[in-house]
Design a protein around this ligand. Sequence first.
Ligand code: NOJ
Ligand code: CA
Length: 690
Amino acid sequence: MPPIQTPREVKAFVAALLFAGFCASCAAAQDAQEDTVRASVASPDGRILVEIWSEAGEPHYAVTLDGEPVLAPSQLGFRFASGPNLEDGLALTETSTASRDETWEQVWGERRFVRDHHNELAAVFENADGSITVRFRVFDTGLGFRFEVERGEDGDAPVVITDELTEFMLARSGEAWWTPASEFNRYEYIYSHGRVEEAANAHTPFTLRLDDGPYLSIHEAALVNYSGMHVDQRRDRQFEVELRPWSDGGKVRTSAHFTTPWRTLQIGDEAVDLINGTDLILNLNEPNQLEDTSWLEPGVYVGIWWGMHLNEYSWGSGPNHGATTERTRDYLDFAAENGFVGVLVEGWNLGWDGDWFNNGDIIDFTTPYPDFDLDGLAAYAQEVGTRLIGHHETSAAITNYENQMADAFALYERVGIRAVKTGYVDDAGEYMRRDEDGHARYEWHDSQFAVEHHQRVIELAAQHRIAINAHEPVKDTGLRRTWPNAMTREGVRGQEFNAWGDPPNGPAHTPTIAFTRMLSGPADFTPGIFDLTFERADGRRGVQTTLAKQLALYVVLYSPLQMAADLIENYDAHPDMFQFIRDVPADWEESIALAGEIGDHVVQVRKDRNSEDWYLGAITGEQARSIEVMLDFLEEGRTYEAQIYRDGPDAHWFDAPYDYVVERRTVTAADTLNFDLAASGGVAIRFASQ
Ligand code: NOJ
Ligand code: CA
């Protein structure tokens, strides 16, 4: 259905009233237009329809799928710390439309070619104090909208936003999956699952299923120069955008003419449609800014890392120091032998001794511990055919890091490091910057200050040909399209919690994050633990999966830098299973989620970007289940050897996590495979083209 244009007469009438500053009459004008001035835009397939209008002077929008309401009328608008708000007295004065159907190529990712197919509607709301242009882009998989705001004053005049009034008013109840915003552990929570009405202060991506469908995901795209949003349920089913404030209370520091990030709503008939529809987020980001991306190296890496989480080694100096020259050489040899792209080494630099968690101000990003020969190891890495991966743990002491950042990246570039893991360990709200007077100010990990800090890091790192893997980051909003060196990040309750977290991640965790956190972009979850039964201090089982499920995670949870997280010696016990980690790529030609339900199971296939091979990963939650996979995604007429790594007949995450079978079968696109997945089990397959 084509967008409806606002009638010219109404436009002229309202404009004239506005010009005359006739406020009482303004309301009348809007009343008059409420019935008549509605603009709408549909998705290319016509199923999703967005309508926008002014109601009592307040901009509203609503969304339907196949004519059924998805979002009931939901308000839009802004409040500011001073000067006029843009909240009421707003008339819809002008609309324009556009369409796009283009395909662009990703530097690396879940698929090489991304189709951007949408219809656009820009609706201008005006009052005497300024205007809000709401720009909608509607895809077959959902929609995004952003605000282009012009307050009356000079465009550069500083303005502080105190509230963005954007609402998502769900048309009916349903189920929700969410992690809590504003609590101490940032994004590192087990997902809650309940009725929509139980959710409060939800981080995004916020996943929902309305009763009788569809599945929804609320998120944002292209988060720059703004603070991160979460959604708060004010009344039943009325979710309002909450912007993370600065330490002085304002939400966003901007200028009188500003553009917001995109607010996004993915819509799908099936749960897997959400996974298959995430290109929407990338399509709402700006194109790649990096001319040369040849130095970006997707792949698997190992690290001196898990040993510290198991308490076998220390980050700080001493008899158990993890980051020694000798151990790093062993890891480099292992990485080179197995074709891995690098070795992460944590605890290599001064500052970890004592209380590194709380003393970020003394971390030194350019001085190695005496028992870590940075130059020699970096050179050795390249000699054997791999690289060191750098590490900057800031402990969220941002000014200390920013003061050293230029030197730190220059040092890494000089020794040939191409990827750096950053870290921002500290409680949410303890992101420390020093103001002009040297006083400590504490910001949030998803504040505008944090967003702008990460942007500075990405841009500086790009100048030094360095990719970033940020832990305790701001959530992903698709900026990897614009800055492909923003390769991966944490922002999830990762494998580390299985070493020491209370509780460890349960069987449902990964089949839940596949439909929630993963919708935002790559995650450094760090799969591949092979010693599943190590002793935890509390006596609990830490890794609550079978061994086959650890392999399947390489396909299910996408990251262009994918860790083989265990101590390298632990891979000796199962060389037949380790072969899968040697083979699996981290850069894909195509990806398809075939089946799944949130928290229960997911079946994902991906085609290698550099060969004709396909890979499959399937995982379950607590329930064992049988799955049937039609192989019609394979190329017709081609024969493949299916190298299958599956749960054995007695496998169970608690009783028999090591019961597995490795087998080979010859298959074609005409075949169907059946598998029995154990409780918290999985299957991983390489379809090697013959
Ligand atoms: C938390 C990170 O998630 C983890 O990967 C890292 O080892 C520690 N911080 C220390 O930097
Ligand atoms: Ca973490």
